[in-house]
Design a protein around this ligand. Structure first.
Ligand SMILES: Cc1cc2nc3c(=O)[nH]c(=O)nc-3n(C[C@H](O)[C@H](O)[C@H](O)COP(=O)(O)OP(=O)(O)OC[C@H]3O[C@@H](n4cnc5c(N)ncnc54)[C@H](O)[C@@H]3O)c2cc1C
Length: 446
């Protein structure tokens, strides 16, 4: 859908995460020759790696991950590292209207479960992923948004039991930060932040130790079924034949490989800026007092957090072209907005700027399932920019389902199960996105 530079699997996107973790990457061999396995997984991010780990570890199945770039090349190696709620673009009210109260509650509980799943995966496997923070903040960007945030936090407490705390404009800086665009906020006592590439690479090593095989630099260019009903994945130098296939490519969905993948997602560009390390004095100038991740109350939200070496990570939605010009325009806009939100840091230099794709669906919820016409063809995608808590858990549940355990299927919330529907006239996806951005921008200004 976007400019070809977005899909340049030959190179890792230069980022703060790459600079601080690429030394942990072990370079496995690409797929070569013809080989068979139980489960082939397309995509070496959180979903694919977590699925491979469960298949190998819990079910002793031969699971192989085929990744076009290096492991963690996709969104998993370059996101903001926020483990927080929730993988949907629907408001709670809209979800209740669409799916009912019980299904909404089931979804939110599983989202909280996903946060704890990610934390446990890291702790149990001794992955050094620089976990920090003990909850997450939603900051009112206008005075009239605080009551909406209060209502949201109360609903979350009702649905999940998570406690929250409300802060007025003058109290907030003691626990979070100061800004002309803070009018109070809520702190949800669930969530944390991590180093996404360290997590992805640690997960890869854990999956390999359990018996899974990883093939980086192995783009699947053709997918077909043989006369035994097996999946045949062809790369430039090899062929993998498998009983089961799991598509774990989220926003980088290879739509050309199979008709069932065409037009199912809206990939959306998200961008991240990272400053140079800030001194204690500079942090104090914005009354910065939190290690937990923060989002503001905009639809087109800014997400930000302090990194362990006192840099500020600042993220926002991107452009709709994906070319160099569009990307540079976004950078200029983000730098201007950063200076407006944090005036004391208006002249602070940025060391990093990068981008990647998040993934939306027509249903506005994730999609985990298998094809009706081919029950060995599985998929898991559509995390709506909330994959840190949703993707590892989804990979795990899909693995259980693939391995024949009912538990996996039953634990998937109904709102996330099955085909999310095709986007009407997928060729118009960019136009839909532009229209949504205008509408959201108006709502945010109101
Ligand atoms: C800038 C940015 C910031 C984000 N911030 C957050 C955040 O703070 N918190 C949060 O929860 N989520 C965040 N997200 C979303 C989150 O990163 C994703 O939801 C999650 O990483 C998806 O994991 P995945 O394994 O499903 O997909 P990915 O990690 O994207 O992996 C998919 C992989 O499939 C591979 N692939 C595609 N086609 C082929 C093919 N033909 N052959 C072989 N391999 C193929 C790709 O190379 C890619 O590596 C962010 C995303 C971006 C881009």
């Amino acid at each position: 859908m976007y400019h070809h530079s977005i899909y340049d699997h030959a190179n890792n996107v230069p980022s703060y995460w790459e600079d601080t973790a690429s030394h942990l990457r072990s370079y496995d061999k690409p797929l070569q020759a013809v080989t068979t396995c139980d489960v082939a997984i397309i995509g070496g991010g959180f979903t694919g790696l977590s699925a491979a780990l469960t298949l190998a570890n819990d079910f002793s199945l031969d699971a192989r991950v085929v990744e076009a770039g290096d492991i963690g090349w996709g969104a998993s190696g370059r996101n903001g590292g926020f483990a927080c709620l929730a993988a949907t673009k629907l408001s709670i009210d809209a979800m209740v209207k669409k799916f009912g109260k019980q299904a909404t509650q089931e979804f939110y509980k599983s989202q909280v479960g996903g946060i704890e799943f990610t934390r446990n995966l890291i702790q149990e496997n001794h992955i050094d992923a620089d976990i920090c923070g003990n909850g997450n903040w939603d900051i009112a960007h206008k005075a009239n948004r605080l009551s909406e945030l209060k209502e949201y936090a109360e609903e979350i407490t009702q649905l999940t039991g998570i406690k929250s705390r409300l802060f007025g404009k003058s109290d907030l800086p003691h626990s979070a930060h100061q800004s002309p665009e803070q009018f109070g906020g809520v702190f949800l006592e669930s969530g944390f932040a991590l180093h996404p590439l360290k997590f992805a690479l640690g997960l890869a090593e854990t999956a390999k130790a359990a018996g899974a095989t990883l093939y980086p630099k192995s783009k699947v260019i053709e997918l077909e079924k043989n006369n035994k009903g097996q999946h045949v994945l062809k790369t430039k130098h090899g062929t993998l034949i498998a009983k089961h296939l799991l598509i774990a490519a989220n926003g980088f969905m290879p739509e050309n490989l199979h008709k069932s993948l065409h037009g199912r997602i809206v990939p959306v560009i998200s961008n991240i800026l990272v400053t140079r390390p800030l001194s204690g004095e500079e942090l104090a100038a914005q009354e910065w007092n939190t290690d937990s991740p923060l989002c503001n109350s905009r639809n087109l939200l800014f997400y930000y957090r302090k990194l362990p070496d006192n840099r500020l990570l600042f993220g926002a939605r991107g452009d709709i072209s994906g070319n160099e010009r569009g990307s540079q325009k976004t950078r200029v806009w983000m730098e201007r907005r950063f200076a407006e939100i944090f005036p004391a840091w208006a002249t602070v230099e940025f060391d990093y700027f990068w981008r990647g794709l998040v993934c939306m669906t027509e249903r506005m919820t994730p999609a985990l399932g298998r094809l009706n016409e081919d029950p060995t063809f599985w998929y898991s995608y559509g995390y709506h920019a909330n994959g840190v808590n949703t993707a590892p858990m989804s990979g795990h549940l899909m693995a259980k389902w693939i391995a024949g355990s009912n538990e996996g299927e039953q634990a998937i919330p109904a709102v996330m199960r099955g085909d999310p529907g095709k986007i009407p006239f997928p060729g118009l996806r960019k136009a839909y996105l532009q229209t949504a951005y205008w509408k959201y921008a108006f709502d945010d200004w109101r």
